[in-house]
Each structure stands twice: as structure tokens, then as C-alpha cells.
Ligand binder design. Sequence first.
Ligand SMILES: Cc1ncc(COP(=O)(O)O)c(C=O)c1O
Length: 291
Amino acid sequence: MSTYVTVINGRFVDEKDAQVSVLDHGFLFGDSIYEVVRTVQGKLFGARQHLKRLHASADALGLRLPLMDEQFIDLLREMHRRKPGSESYLRVIVTRGVGELDLHPASCTSPTVIGIAKPLPQWPAESYSRGAKVILAGVRRNPKNATDPAIKSGNYLNNVLAIVEARAAGAAEAVMLNVQGHVTECTTSNVFMVQGGELHTPDLGEGLLAGVTRSFVLELARKLSLRCHERAISASELLAADEVFITSSTRDIMPVAAIGDMALRHSPGPVTKRLMEAFKTVLLDPSNLIA
Ligand SMILES: Cc1ncc(COP(=O)(O)O)c(C=O)c1O
């Protein structure tokens, strides 16, 4: 039995029958946007924040979302309900839709809404107890004035190239620099460092996705009276950090043990450990969950 639950334009179909047209501009040009929501105790976590970002991505592309927020919530709920097992990874994709074989989207009159659900990935326990290895990718992150990384689009070739580099080096993630040589983010996660007991993460102006987990972590850190700096961070600063961790909806907070051949001083370090522990309360906070 397939581990995927798939739905296209409201119709739940078997994964092998879940097909989109070759003329869908999402397939042809990566002209699509998406979000990934995970469940916590069977409830949707951070779904409002994900929908807000879906709207921002849609606005950036001039793409009309064909569903109201409550309809997206119902869709996510139903995807989770139909998926066997406890916690879910719920991906919703909105493509430009079917049109002519022409870059311009004018011929695409009806966006395609696709849902794919699978069990929430389980990362190796060691990645949390000892930390994960990442690399500094050779490939640079798209500049903000090209395909803006703030848009969560289906255009992920930049990240594909970087994760291929990471896996070839036996690493779990790749930190990507922008063309100025500043740290941006990883292929599917945001990056933080701890220096002198204070938290630092690249400013959104550096060209990165405004991660939902990133925002939760910044909010949490402020509540814990940790000083937070969103700023430009050079690669050498990251390599010299006391602690580094990455964040994403499927990973939460994952400590980094090494960047390439450079082992971090602490993994997980005291600040990372404190945040990892406190993040459990964020995950269970009823105001972040939709049943
Ligand atoms: C490029 C990129 N950066 C960061 C993230 C983390 O974002 P979030 O915390 O919203 O899952 C993702 C998530 O997939 C991503 O694709």
C-alpha cells in the first residue's frame, strides 16, 4: 500500500492515479507554490502561519488562490484523517494550472490544487543527541532580485543542486551563501548560530525563506530573554560559532555537529539544548494547533 495520500482539486485519488497535465505550468516551469504543515498529536501545527506565507508567495507571483483559508484547513485535516499512522507531513501545492506551451501565465485560467500526505519523517535520534553534519555548499542561493527565496515556490533547482552536494559529502544539509558570501539558509531549513551566549540568524534581507519554525524560535528566544540578532553573517563567522542549529517544520530544532570537516565546539550546546527543551512547549501550545 502506498504511504502517500494524494488529492487533486478536491478529489482524493490513489497515488498512481494522481496525475497532472503535461501542460500544467507548475510542471513545465516550476510555476507553483507550496507549504508543508506537520501535525502534533494529530493537530495542525502553525497552519495559520503557513497559510499566511502561502498568501505572500501567491501575491509575489500574482497567483490567485482558489481556496479560502478555511477550505485549505479542511483539506489539510482531511489529508491527515485519511493517512494511516499518527503524525503527518502535509504538503499543499498550488500550481498556475493548465495553459498553453508558453511561459506567460495568461492562458492558465484555473490553478491546480494538489495535496500529498505522508508520515512525518523520523530523523535519526543521533541527529538530536549528537547533532547533524552539514556542508557549506558551493552553489549560491538565488539572489532576492532573481527568484526570491522568500517565495516558497516549486522552483527548487538551486536547493536540489546544494542537497546533492551535501549528500555526496555524507552530510544531512547544505548551508547556502548568497552572492555576497553571507550565510542565507539551508536547502529546506533555516540556520542559527550562538556566539557569546547570544543568538544570531541571517536577516531576511539576505535572501531566504521566512521559516515558520525560525519565527517560533525567535519568539521563544525573546521570551527566554536570550538576545537575538537578525543580521548579515559571514561564512567564517558561522564556522567560528560556539553552537549552530537548523530549524524546519519537520525537524524542529536540530543541532549541527560539524560544518564540512570543521567540528563545532558544542553539539548540542547549552543554548541549543535550552531552546530544544523549551520548543516542546511551543509544539504543544494550543494557540499553535488546529484540531
Ligand atoms: C528553503 C527553505 N528554508 C527554510 C525552510 C524551513 O521553513 P519552515 O520552518 O517554515 O518549515 C524550508 C522548509 O521547507 C525551506 O524549504
